[in-house]
Write a protein that binds this ligand. Sequence first.
Ligand SMILES: Cc1ncc(COP(=O)(O)O)c(C=O)c1O
Length: 447
Amino acid sequence: MTHVFHRNIHQSYPVAVAGEGPYIIAADGRRYLDASGGAAVSCLGHSATEVVEAIQKQVASLAYAHTSFFTTEPMEQLADFLIERAPAGLEYVYFVSGGSEAVEAALKLARQYFTETGQPQRRHLIARRQSYHGNTLGALATGGNAWRRAQFEPLLTQVSHLTPCYAYREQAEHESDDAFTTRLAQELEDEILRLGADEVMAFVAEPVVGATLGAVPPVPGYFRKIREVCDRYGVLLILDEVMCGMGRTGTLFAIEEDGVSPDITTIAKGLGAGYQPIGATLVSGRIYAAIAAGSGFFQHGHTYIGHATACAAALAVQQTIESRQLLPRVQMLGTALQQRLHSRFSEHPNIGDLRGRGLFQGIELVRDRATKEPFDPALKLHARIKQAAMNEGLMCYPMGGTLDGLRGDHILLAPPFILEESHLDELVEKLERAISQSLRAVKGAGA
Ligand SMILES: Cc1ncc(COP(=O)(O)O)c(C=O)c1O
């Protein structure tokens, strides 16, 4: 009997009681290798002493001070740390408590920027199908996952959703990368013109698409072309790095590899690595200056923004990543993981695509490799893999609806940056067993 309103009411969950490096330990003593960082959160694993000590020290001196009365040292220091390393042009940080809040702040900031600069007609948002930007209403409206949106549709604001840069399914067989990215940029331009060249507020995208597509990096050149189109029409580029940012792909900001600077970017998950709930919205100097010269006040706010203990934890997380030189390690481990996944699965009859960047890897399952036909969604292959992996003592992050919110299955891997190579072997072995068992079960069920 529980009084907790769990995510899935009909499921019983093991009780997590301890963390040890990349493992979570349950009350019955079972150990789970965390190959997904929960949902791409726990980049330092579950027992980083530097972070625990920083939290203890901060709580002991000052746990929290409301940001309408005070600023705090950890908040100032964390902002300095992030801005010193952020893509060019990003100069200010608005701290919140998670990813959805960071996206909401980004959307409202974009709108306020235009009202303060005499362009109140700019109100349209453009995003992409099969994206995920969070579950609060503004973020949900921005996201393009049909299943997550469906029942809430009457509450959602109008957002245009374009084709994602998802090469496996959207790039035509003989289409070059250049032709593909030009086509997608043209689609953005066409939509801006359809909505009204000076009525669009922002284009929102995840640099590497996480939960809803399974670690899909952009085709080279895509974001440069998108940036050009945005600039041509004065549309803000908002990049959502809530999942792919903070080192997950091997660089602190995922977009670094694409050589583009956004106007606004959102981060969360790996920022606090799960030690505290924290997110942030990073804003360009231009947007900040416009608001400073106008009302001088961002009309937003929550009780816990800039929480001192959360900021102290995140600062310790980011300093630890730097002092332990974990970003080069993510690149090295990412390559090692990719190699293992390719050697196990690249010839597998039900694995259609392996993709990713750094320690952010995705596996797409198909019924037929030649036609890319997915499994019948009623078989819930992704849910079976998640359960089978848990039975093996492995956390991974499978999801259904890869193609259109309903059809398709993928597995997302986002393990901690502190893994040893031996953990990669354990990960791939357990994953292979979980996939095989689940495929046997769905084939037995008539797939
Ligand atoms: C890209 C992206 N944006 C926003 C969110 C929402 O973050 P949160 O669950 O912390 O509200 C997520 C969560 O998975 C995400 O992956």
